[in-house]
Design a protein around this ligand. Structure first.
Ligand code: IMP
Ligand code: MG
Length: 194
């Protein structure tokens, strides 16, 4: 098993600021809890792919930005990173049901072993749609990891291999996740004030 320790070099904002943190009703997961879990997940992923020749990581932006950055720096395996945007949200906290991807030009995934990463599994539409697309592209295998999984009914059945935390069905922000484009820079994950 090859897993690297994740050093806590990310600047963590002070907790008594009157800035973005003051918009939170409560903190669900603090920065230390997130880092500890992501470090453990990196070990799980490294174990799963031990001995693999070349892994293709597909990271969904922008929500997965911090999770993917922290996770991948803990995995000492040969990999290439592909990022793409996916949108099923249109400025509200309810999913619209339609998923669009910003598919990179000339991306050849045929016979690749893919690790698909996203911030959160909510309705499951995004990851299910992407898994369909990857299968159509002729990938050799797909493993999927999310930092958060909401306890709710999923609109589509989707297989997830690595889950950081299961959370209640509440809208969360921080550590990459946004509300109308804001709050991604929070080092913790929290619930906004009503
Ligand atoms: P799904 O397709 O409904 O599973 O939604 C997945 C996407 O919706 C995630 O990649 C997030 O970008 C976004 N999303 C879902 N729930 C939340 C939330 O509680 N906070 C912020 N973004 C969310
Ligand atoms: Mg997303």
């Amino acid at each position: 098993m090859r897993a690297l320790p994740i050093r806590k070099f990310a600047p963590i904002m002070p907790l008594n600021v009157t800035g973005v943190l003051s918009d939170l009703d409560r903190v669900l997961l603090d920065a230390a809890a997130i880092q500890a879990r992501v470090t453990a997940m990196a070990r799980e992923v490294a174990q799963q792919f031990e001995g693999s020749k070349l892994l293709t990581v597909i990271a969904i932006m922008d929500g997965g930005l911090f999770f993917v950055a922290d996770l991948l720096r803990g995995i000492d395996l040969p990999m290439r990173l592909v990022t793409m945007g996916a949108s099923s949200y249109h400025g509200t906290t309810e999913s619209s049901g339609e998923v669009k991807f910003t598919w990179p030009a000339s991306l050849d995934l045929k016979d690749q072993h893919v690790l698909l990463l996203d911030d959160i599994l909510d309705t499951g539409l995004t990851l299910a749609a992407l898994q369909d697309r990857l299968r159509a592209e002729g990938v050799a295998s797909i493993k999927t990891g999310v930092l958060l999984k909401k306890r709710r009914e999923h609109a589509r059945e989707v297989t997830v291999d690595f889950v950081g935390f299961e959370i209640e069905d509440e809208f969360v922000v921080g550590y990459g996740m946004d509300y109308q484009g804001r709050f991604r820079n929070l080092p913790c994950i929290g619930i906004l004030k009503p």
